[in-house]
Each structure stands twice: as C-alpha cells, then as structure tokens.
Write a protein that binds this ligand. Structure first.
Ligand code: NDP
Ligand code: 8X3
Length: 251
C-alpha cells in the first residue's frame, strides 16, 4: 500500500537515499531540510512522488505549524523518519565548543521530539503509523570525542523505546535504527567542518555501510506485517566491531 512518508534531513546522505528508495518503492515522500536548492533538485529527479518542504527542525514554531501547512492530500503522514542530525567535533569534552554541544542537542534531541510531537497525534487519531528514529552505535558504545553526540543518540534510543510504552496496543510502530560506520554521506565533512582530509581518513582502508544500505533496512521495516515491531536494530559493516573496554595503564 502506498504510504505518505515524512523524511527530515533529506538533502544529503541517508535522507536523500531514503527519499529515492521510498519513491522507488511506490510511496510518496515529503522531503525536508534547510537547503532548499537540494530539495528542489530531488523534486526534479523524483517527480510528483516527492514534495519538497523546507524545514529547520530546530525551529520549534516552524515544526509546530508544519503539518497543517502541507498541501491538501499530504497531511496524513503514515511514516515519519526522524533522520536530521549531526555530530560536531571529535576533541575531548573539556575543550568542546558549548555552541556545538547546544546545536547537537537542538537538532538530535529537540528536533526529534518536536517533529514527533507534531506528527504523532494524527497517527494516533488514525491508529496507523511508523516512526523510524536514526540513532547510532554511538548511543550504545562510548568513544573518545563522542561525548554529547553519543549522549544524544542514547536519548534517541530511549525515546523510541519509551514511545513504544505509550503506544502499546495501537497500530503504530517505532524503531530505533542504530548504524555504525556509514560512508557516502556528509556526516564526517560536517563533523570536521569541511576538512576533507580528516573526513576521508575516517573511512580510509575500510568498506563502510552506505546510505543505500540504511534505506534498504528502512524499506524492509516499513514493509513488515503491521503487527511486527522492530524495537531497535544495530548495523555495522563487517570491518567494524564494538571495541574491547579500554584500560589506560601507567607507563
Ligand atoms: P548528512 O550530514 O549527510 O545528512 C544530515 C542531514 O540532516 C542533512 O540533510 C541536513 O540537511 C539535515 N539537517 C542537519 N541539521 C538540520 C536542521 N537543523 N534541520 C533540518 N535538517 C537538518 O548525515 P547522514 O546522512 O550520515 O546522517 C543522517 C542521520 O544518521 C543523522 O541523524 C546521523 O547522526 C545518523 N547516523 C549517521 C551515521 C554515519 O556514519 N553517517 C551512523 C549512524 C547514525 P540541511 O543541512 O540541508 O538542513
Ligand atoms: C555515526 C557513527 O561511530 O561515527 O553515528 O559515531 S559514529
């Protein structure tokens, strides 16, 4: 059955891959993000199955009015993909830029809860829906420099599981999708503020997952029988595994 799917952060990486995959699957996609020209490019590429709808998820007022401002026929959202998110910096916590911490919290936490709060009442009224939240292995396994990014993704996982507690018995599914290393997106370029060498080094000698792999996972989850809920799913490329617990020994 054709679904109307809202994807946050569809201008790059996973979000653009979700949009392409969902339209190919026969669904309709409301593609959001801040870079309007990228949304227009996607609309040109994907045709009438995609509605470009600029949205900054950190703008609480814009998020609150977003669903009502959609054109008629697009307001009944069947699937919400809370994908917009970012990591900033990889230095130690004591040197971190507080503005960067605030931006991660505003996007990865407040953005997710505000968009969810805007879309969920309609799903409950229709007793139908799927919410896919982009967590990360960083929410489970700490690493140096992960600090606030990892903590925001731990929030995403717990928020997802707690939503399920409220929604038990309703036909609304919630999944926390938690990938490890994924290349082919702007994630590392954003983290290192456009330093292409640093960004490329993250994937050097590795074969990371791709945005299309994550879109494949999302497509699978959406297509599962309506009584099945994937609570959380963790994905890594075979070149990655969780590290052993670290012990810093004296020289
Ligand atoms: P990208 O940097 O390629 O894409 C991020 C998207 O988020 C962009 O479309 C960007 O759009 C959007 N975005 C950022 N801030 C805002 C905002 N304030 N309002 C609206 N949109 C915003 O990253 P990825 O595709 O790699 O990451 C997607 C998600 O997956 C993120 O939540 C990330 O944390 C998570 N993730 C990524 C992994 C990876 O290794 N790449 C692994 C695990 C999880 P624009 O700038 O146009 O607004
Ligand atoms: C992105 C994966 O390991 O760089 O969430 O934090 S990681």
């Amino acid at each position: 059955m054709q679904q109307t799917i809202l994807v946050t952060g569809a201008t790059a990486g996973f979000g653009a891959a979700f949009a392409r995959r969902f339209v190919k699957d026969g669904h309709r996609v409301i593609a959001t993000g801040r870079r309007v020209e990228r949304l227009d490019g996607l609309a040109k590429e994907l045709g009438e199955g995609l509605l470009p709808a600029p949205l900054d998820v950190t703008d609480a007022g814009a998020v609150a009015g977003f669903v009502d401002a959609l054109p008629a026929g697009w307001r009944e959202i069947d699937v919400l993909v809370n994908n917009a998110g970012l990591a900033l910096g990889l230095g130690p916590a004591w040197e971190a830029d507080l503005a960067e911490w605030d931006q991660m919290v505003a996007t990865n936490i407040s953005g997710v809860i505000h968009v969810t709060r805007a879309v969920l009442p309609g799903m409950v009224a229709r007793d139908r829906g799927v919410i896919l939240n982009l967590g990360s292995i960083a929410g489970t396994y700490p690493y140096p420099g992960g600090h606030v990014y990892g903590a925001t993704k731990a929030f995403v996982e717990q928020f997802s599981l707690n939503l399920r507690a409220d929604l038990v018995g309703k036909n609304i599914r919630v999944t926390s999708i938690e990938p490890g290393m994924v290349g082919g997106s702007e994630f590392s370029a954003v983290r290192f503020k456009g330093d292409e060498k640093k960004a490329a080094d993250v994937y050097k000698g590795a074969r990371p997952l791709t945005p299309e792999d994550i879109a494949e996972t999302a497509s699978w989850i959406i297509g599962l029988p309506a009584h099945m809920n994937v609570n959380r799913i963790e994905l890594m490329p075979v070149c990655q595994a969780s590290a052993p617990l670290a012990i810093k020994r004296k020289e």
